[in-house]
Write a protein that binds this ligand. Structure first.
Ligand SMILES: [Zn+2]
Length: 101
């Protein structure tokens, strides 16, 4: 069980998909993450968090980075914890990895 934090944003709670937020609605922290709680695959999810937890999550937020494989020169993007993290090329390794864009 693990969660990978992608973003922590302050968003309006009453915002719907097709309507704008009303005046005087409160903003709240929303946590966007990938989790593999139930399966081996990472699934995207969101949850509301309080401001204290939001600051904590920001510290361990993962970053989107672009990499070029030195073996096959494939350019790929992935989320890493920091710039020293080693990543596997999706072309050269057997492991399936997340594909954004
Ligand atoms: Zn490669």
């Amino acid at each position: 069980m693990s969660k990978v934090t992608l973003a922590v944003c302050k968003v309006y709670k009453n915002t719907g998909r097709f309507r704008l937020h009303r005046k005087n609605t409160k903003t709240a922290w929303k946590h966007f993450f990938l989790s593999n709680d139930y399966t081996d695959e990472y699934t995207f999810g969101t949850e509301w968090v309080d401001s204290v937890k939001a600051q904590f999550l920001k510290l361990k937020k993962w970053h989107k980075r672009k990499f070029i494989c030195p073996e096959c020169f494939t350019i790929f993007t992935t989320h890493v914890k920091n710039d020293r993290t080693k990543v596997n090329c999706p072309n050269c390794s057997d492991e399936e990895s997340e594909e954004d864009d």
